[in-house]
Write a protein that binds this ligand. Sequence first.
Ligand SMILES: Cc1cc2nc3c(=O)[nH]c(=O)nc-3n(C[C@H](O)[C@H](O)[C@H](O)COP(=O)(O)OP(=O)(O)OC[C@H]3O[C@@H](n4cnc5c(N)ncnc54)[C@H](O)[C@@H]3O)c2cc1C
Length: 408
Amino acid sequence: MEEKTDVVIVGAGIAGLALAVELQKRDVSTLLLDRRKGPESTPRGITFQPNGLEALEKIGILDQVRQMGSAERILEVRDWDRQLLLEVDYSVLDHPHNYILTVNAVQVEQLLGYNAENMGARTLWSTGFDDILWNTGLAQGVRVRVKDEPTDIKASVIVGADGPQSRVRAGIGATTKTRKYHDSFLVGLVGPVSELKDRARQYQAPGKMLGIMPAGPDASYIFYCVGKRQFDDLKRQGVEQFRGEVTEAAPELKGAFGAVEAWTKIAYFTPSFIRVDPWVSNGVALLGDSAHTIHPHAGQGVNLSLQDALVLADVISDAIKAGDTSAAKLAPYQASRKMFADVIGQHAHYTATYALSNNWLVKRLNKRALRKMQKNKKLMKRALEITAGIFSKKPGLIEQARIGGILP
Ligand SMILES: Cc1cc2nc3c(=O)[nH]c(=O)nc-3n(C[C@H](O)[C@H](O)[C@H](O)COP(=O)(O)OP(=O)(O)OC[C@H]3O[C@@H](n4cnc5c(N)ncnc54)[C@H](O)[C@@H]3O)c2cc1C
C-alpha cells in the first residue's frame, strides 16, 4: 500500500470526522485512519451545548442532529431528597441556540462519516498509528500498522485526533498535566422518562450524582456516580443492583429501565483532566481529546472539539496553499482555541469536584453558589455562558470566585 494525501487524521472519532468534512469542503484531500475495525455501534449519549450547536450549524448538520435527539431549555439540579436547588435556564442566554440537545453519539458519528466520505475523504479501519515520519524537523507522513504490516503514508499535515492517550501527542513531545479523579461513573441509554417533559435533571449530594437527559423520543441518557467502586465489582453485583440504586434515587426512572438487561449497554469510566502544550508542531496538530481532555460534568469535550475543527480546517488549508506547514504557520489554531479549553476545563473541574465533595466547607460553598444563582439571574447567565462555551474573554479571578460562591 502506497498512500499520499494532503492531511492524515489519526482517529475517526467525532473530532477527526468533523475535521475531515471541513477539510474536504476546502478541497484539501484527507485520509482518516483508525485502529478500530469499523465505526462505533454501541449507543451512547452526548449533550451538545450552544457553542457545539453553532458549530454543527456551520458544519451543515444541525437540522439532522436535532431530529435525532431532544432539545431542552431547563436543567434541574436537585438534592438527594429531590428538593429543587437550581433551575438552570438556557433561555437567559443571548444566543440563537439557547438550549441543550442530547442525542445518541453513534448516530452523529455515522452522519459525519457519511458526509466525509461523500465529499471524498477516505477511511482506513484496523490501521494503527505507530510513528510520525520526520524529514529535517518537518513531519512528512506517518508509519502505520495494518494487520501487523508496517506501511508509510505521505502527507503534508498530520492531525492527532486519537483521543486522551494520544500517541501523536507523544510523537511531538508535548507536555501533559494530568489530574485523575477518584470517582467513577456508569453511563448508558435507557428508555424515555415521561415525567421529565422537556427538562433534563441532575441529582447531587456529597459523593453522589445522577443525571437524566432526554435523548430523543425513545431514549434517555443517564450518568451515575459509583464512587471508587470498580466495574468488575459492579458487574458481580449485577444489573439489578444498579437498577435498584438508580431507581431508589430517581423513582421516575422505573419505567425507563426495561431496555437495560445487560452490562453491554452500560459503560464505566473514570474521568481525567489533561492539559496539553503545545497543540502544534512542524507539520502536526492535535485535535479533540488529544489536545484537551476535560471532566464530562461540563458536557463540553465534543462541543469544544467541533469548534476547534472549524478553526483548524481554515489554518491547515491556508498552510497547504502557502506551502508552509511549519509550527509557526499552524500556531494561530492554538492561539485562537486553547484559552477556551483551559477556561472550560477548569470550570468543569471545579463544578464536578464541588458537587461531589464531602468537605464541609466546599459543601456549604456549593449549596450557597447554587442558591445564589437561583436568585441572581445575572450571575446564572454569566456562569451559564461558560458552561455553554459562549464567552469571548477569560473570566477574572473575582468573577470566578463569585460564580463559585466564595464571594458574595
Ligand atoms: C462518559 C462520557 C460522557 C461524555 N459526555 C459528553 C457530553 O455530553 N458532551 C460533550 O461535549 N462531551 C462529552 N464527553 C467527552 C467526549 O466524549 C469526548 O470529548 C469526545 O468523544 C472526544 O472525541 P475525539 O474524536 O477527540 O476522541 P475519541 O472519540 O476518543 O476518538 C479517538 C479515536 O482515535 C482512535 N485511535 C486511538 N489511538 C489510535 C492509534 N494509535 N491508531 C489509530 N487510531 C487510534 C480510537 O480508536 C478512536 O476511534 C463525554 C466523555 C465521556 C467519557
